[in-house]
Design a protein around this ligand. Structure first.
Ligand SMILES: [Zn+2]
Length: 184
């Protein structure tokens, strides 16, 4: 490497370091088992969905909320027509079972809106116990709204692990509840 190139390279390194030091304090740091964003308060709402789906899906979405509401986590998920947040079930061509897209403040990490999508197509294809599998998916996606990241590095049982058996694990586990309660 010529001396000129090495000077440019070191200047670039210094510049990137300065940018990092400037932006770092502005961002909420993501550290396993957490995302860098999530709802500010544990009491959250979603828009009512009972008129949008058949009774099978309404029950599944209710059960996904109920998994958190009946747990010892300091959270509640109710419906409100003024909510920014939606819970949607459809046949998506994507490979995922569920998806939670959150819009958040990059300074505070607080979510201002989330959209949870549940994929009836992939769940129907892969489930042994359809209602459990779907409930597990919905409850998992709500875990993201409560800051929980995917695949936490732990040997403990967790609703957030992709390796969990969705046919049987449908509720937040002790590890998940403890992590949520450390936030709220
Ligand atoms: Zn996930």
């Amino acid at each position: 490497m010529t001396k000129f190139k090495s000077v440019i390279k070191s200047l670039l390194g210094i510049t990137l370091s300065i940018i990092f030091l400037i932006t770092m304090p502005l961002m909420v740091y993501a550290a396993d088992p957490y995302l860098s964003y999530g709802c500010q308060y544990g009491d959250i709402t979603v828009k009512p969905y009972s008129s949008l789906y058949n009774s099978t899906w309404v029950t599944i979405l209710d059960n996904g909320r109920g998994a958190w509401n009946s747990s010892s986590a300091n959270v509640s998920i109710s419906t409100s027509s003024s909510s920014n947040n939606t819970l949607e079930a459809a046949n998506y061509s994507d490979t995922w079972y569920g998806l939670n897209t959150q819009t958040y403040n990059t300074t505070t990490g607080y979510t201002t809106k989330f959209v949870i999508k549940v994929n009836a197509r992939t769940i129907s294809n892969d489930a042994t116990n359809f209602s459990n599998f779907a409930k597990s998916t919905v409850a998992h996606e709500f875990g993201h709204s409560f800051w929980l990241c995917d695949n936490p590095s732990t040997t403990s049982s967790s609703l957030m692990k992709h390796s969990r058996d969705r046919n049987t694990m449908t509720t937040p586990q002790t590890f998940d509840i403890n992590n949520v309660n450390a936030k709220y």
